[in-house]
Design a protein around this ligand. Structure first.
Ligand code: SF4
Length: 188
């Protein structure tokens, strides 16, 4: 992983870059190690996904790491209280790059039913999120589906100049988008 991160700075463009991207994507998606990050009831489903019946080990990622330095996937399983927010952020910061995040369940994705002062209204207020997984709680099959979708995403991730181009396009689209207060849902 460290080798690939180093390579990214000296990547060529064209055909060779496409080949390196595919190889890096293949290796990254098949070697995800999640950080242990259970915050509430959704964590029970995460544990079930790792146990014998659902057997997350089939995807090569049964090793939930106790140290963020050995992990590159954060599954935020449960609601994030304001008190826990700095801890979640610190764990994320200590994880090895490149890293990915799944917001598991309604609470982690949006605050869920806890629309109050104690709960962060979506973990994307404190860390970037790659996949939002709905449900209260999502079943282990749904978590596994989210992980497989993330595998697809990681497998197709661009590197070097291609990545910079995509970031610029996304930024331009975000700047051109209508502000939230002007959106009227189905009425527009
Ligand atoms: S989404 Fe439901 S199961 Fe998950 S943490 Fe919130 S209340 Fe608990």
């Amino acid at each position: 992983m460290g080798l690939i991160v180093g390579l990214e700075e000296k990547l060529p463009s064209g055909f060779l870059l496409t080949t390196v991207e595919k190889l890096a994507g293949y290796m990254r998606k098949n070697s995800l190690w999640p950080a242990t990050c259970g915050l509430a009831c959704c964590a029970i489903e995460t544990m079930a996904a790792g146990a014998g019946r659902y057997d997350l080990a089939r995807f090569g990622m049964e090793v939930f790491r106790a140290s963020p330095r050995q992990a590159d996937l954060m599954i935020v399983a449960g609601r994030v209280s304001n008190k826990m927010a700095p801890v979640v952020r610190q764990i994320y910061d200590q994880m090895a790059a490149p890293k990915w995040t799944i917001a598991m369940g309604a609470c982690a994705s949006s605050g869920g039913m806890f629309n109050n002062y104690a709960i962060v209204q979506g973990v994307d207020h404190i860390i970037p999120v790659d996949i939002y997984l709905p449900g209260c709680p999502p079943r282990p099959e749904m978590l596994m589906d989210a992980i497989l979708k993330l595998h697809e995403q990681i497998g197709n991730e661009k590197l070097g100049p291609n990545r910079e181009k995509i970031i610029k396009e996304v930024e331009a689209a975000a700047l051109a988008a209508k502000p939230n207060h002007q959106l009227k849902g189905l009425l527009t």
